[in-house]
Design a protein around this ligand. Sequence first.
Ligand code: ARG
Length: 572
Amino acid sequence: MDFKETIASAAAAAAASAFEGCTLSAEDVRAMLETPPERRLGDSALPCFRLSKVLRKAPPVIASALAEKMDCPEIERCEVVGGYLNFFLDRACLAKEIVGGVLEADGRWGASEEGKGKTVCLDYSSINIAKRFHIGHLSTTMIGHSLKRIYEFNGYTAVGINHLGDWGTQFGKMICAYKKWSTREEVEEGGVQAMVNLYVRFNEAAKNDPELENEGRAWFKKMEDGDPEALEIFNWFKEVTLADAKRVYDLLGVSFESYAGESFYNDKMEPVVQELRDKNLLVESQGAQVVDLEAYGMPPALILRSDGATLYITRDLAAAYYRHNTYHFDKSLYVVAYQQNLHFRQLFKILELMGNEWAAGMEHVSFGMVSYEGETLSTREGRVVYLEDLLQQAIAKAREIIEEKSPNLENKDEVARQVGVGAVVYFDLHNDRNKDIDFRWERALNFDGETGPYVQYTHARCCSVLRKAQEAGAMAEPDWSCVTDDEAQDTLMLLARFPETVRRAMEQNEPSLITRHTTQIAQAYNKYYFEHRIMEEGDAAGTQARLMLTRAVRDVIRTGLWLVGIEAPERM
Ligand code: ARG
């Protein structure tokens, strides 16, 4: 099904017969086709002023000449308006093709083979050890998760990487604090929060006792030197953090192929630093080793401190090589807040200066900041919302509503989880990713209007209609002339354009395009549903067409929700 193709071929054929020697191809025409701003202007339009140079005629003349020669059963009529030739598709024909296409795709409407044989690495979530998972981490987690599904849907092999922040002097301090003031039981029980408390206590105490800082550093040195005790404690800190995070990942349905974090690269940086040296890219600056990036309008990138210690970017350089050598990626994406713009520009530039062509496949997928009720997040000042709390509250609220509205639902807990989590994920993924988000409880927990639950509900509504139809039995050949009304056609057009949105979402690494398109489909179908009866006694053929439309809507909403990481319950 590709009605643009149909129009393009017909118009190219018309051009060939109207203008002698005209070599306009269907592909050329296709690239020029526009979607009119209002549907009364047609389903598609050809701006003929774009042809007047080649054909040496005024646009309205071209439009009329083409209109006269148009010969295509799928096009009901053409209209010349100004320099435009507007096409009106035969509505029944359109319905048949679109619904047929969607149902034939069987849940894969919009999928492609574009990425076949290609690999994309996605670095997302990338949490820090001994820190709690808060709403500031939601975007990287969900954008990354969604992009992974979008790329897979387009044939790519996708590798999800959680680049853990698991190295740094703060961990020495934490071990020191743990040894002094805590016990295994306390940390096991308190989880990440217990570690956070230890760290806070350490910093408080260090204000009056400078010796403490030295002790902390000494513990970090032990970690670096591979001291078994230090590493045992640290690895256990890691386990506790990951166990906490796993609860959130499980709720969100998020997973990773690799948890290789910063510490994984401890023994992999030396060769990269050596290569930088060999390629004369390292220069000394106040005892430290840096890459000078002045020519590219950037400050120097610090690679080795004067004491030889490595940095965040040194680890990222090693990680980039490792990913290239291990996964042979075609693309490597970093879903990280825009505050790290400079870091990634420096990273990519250095890799390029080292002569790595594959660096061209790297991209920083940035996103906006999250504030909380109008103010910046601050753990210290208590202006923070932990993701687990947020999800649990959303689930509890969904549970309440279900209890009130569908007391007989069978799997209430399961549906409450799907809906509660869906509301939060939708909140995060419905705006352009670079837009800052101001987190407000009432908005994140909103279930009306343009929200996750609204879209999920529409999906469940379609499922319910289809269940009833199945019970009623009786199938017929569909009569497509019964879905030619405006509401059905608006819905169909949105289904037809869904694949294009998926493609754009991948090109721009922008899941919100899919979130919004899926919402539009839900809105259009609801409008249709309220203005038309789906099952009409004595009209088996019309009923069949409306049911098939409903099934197509259900399939595409489910796909859209899946691609942005939201589940689609069949009953709500
Ligand atoms: N852990 C880092 C942070 O919280 C994000 C890491 C992003 N990935 C990377 N390869 N640098 O800021």
